[in-house]
Design a protein around this ligand. Structure first.
Ligand SMILES: [Zn+2]
Ligand SMILES: [Zn+2]
Length: 268
């Protein structure tokens, strides 16, 4: 079978402890975020049979450490083109060390960047970082949307991300587990706020608004190790969808992600 135009994806790591996703087309090898050590990311890449040294571009969503931990190291060691908006560059600059000027790329929110066989679309999210933005990737008629680290999803964003072939969607916490858990009240309030994180229910609600006939794969991402469980996130999303008759005329998979184990490399 021909794989021309196929976009391959693997969620290398997802969760409050570190995030990184790999995307490959015929012309590009891309990472989105680098929230684990360079060594761990190289190992995760090796686990899907890929060499991190071959990655050409890194898109950064925001300056929180679980997204930018090894941005500087990867840029210097592997000669990557790094893309982020101005607010994120400014906020992460003191933490990532020098990035060669010619490798620093400014990628403003709400624009589409065409790079050969892939288009990358940026969109702003509502999160307590300087200028957080996530990305939709379009290649060969397929699209993949990454949306985590947002307390709220606007209609504008929903319009941008509608009917993608695959999603990595935030299901950060179970609201009851968070409320009953050990976090301080200010931290609980931060997570629950409109600039915090999407709960399992919130993630399901967004998915029901945006998924369409093209949607085949839904990765549940950015799961809190403290305030959620893999089985609970999966059950919550699948049962909310079933309650609303999603799944009846849709043939999609709901896939779990892991904090330090790559998902199988799949072609969209
Ligand atoms: Zn995060
Ligand atoms: Zn964040």
């Amino acid at each position: 079978m021909s794989e021309v135009g196929g976009m391959k994806i693997s969620v290398l790591a997802s969760g409050s402890t570190g995030n990184c996703t790999y995307i490959e087309t015929a012309q590009h090898k891309i990472l989105v975020d680098a929230g684990l050590s360079g060594k761990k990311l190289a190992g995760l890449m090796a686990s899907i049979g890929k060499d991190i040294g071959e990655v050409d571009s890194l898109f950064v969503t925001h300056e929180h450490s679980d997204h930018r931990k090894s941005v500087g190291i990867l840029a210097r060691r592997y000669d990557l083109n790094v893309y982020a908006n101005q607010g994120t560059w400014d906020a992460m600059a003191p933490k990532i060390g020098a990035v060669p000027t010619e490798k620093k790329n400014l990628f403003a929110p709400d624009i589409t960047l065409s790079m050969g066989d892939i288009d990358v679309e940026s969109f702003s999210v509502s999160h307590d970082a300087a200028e957080p933005q996530f990305y939709a990737f379009h290649s060969g008629g397929k699209s993949f949307v990454i949306l985590t680290d947002t307390g709220y999803v606007s209609e504008h964003v929903e319009g941008t991300i509608r009917n993608a072939d695959a999603y990595l969607m935030e299901c950060n916490h179970d609201v009851e587990m968070l409320r009953m858990g050990s976090y301080s009240w200010p931290l609980k309030q931060r997570i629950l706020s409109d600039t915090g994180h999407l709960s399992n229910e919130d993630g399901a609600d967004v998915l029901m608004d945006v998924l369409g006939n093209n949607t085949k794969r839904i990765f549940l991402g950015h799961r809190s190790q403290e305030n959620n469980m893999k089985s609970l996130a999966h059950l919550t999303v699948s049962s909310i969808m079933a309650d609303h008759d999603f799944g009846v005329n849709h043939d999609f998979q709901i896939l779990d992600t892991e904090p330090e184990k790559a998902s199988e490399l799949m072609t969209l």
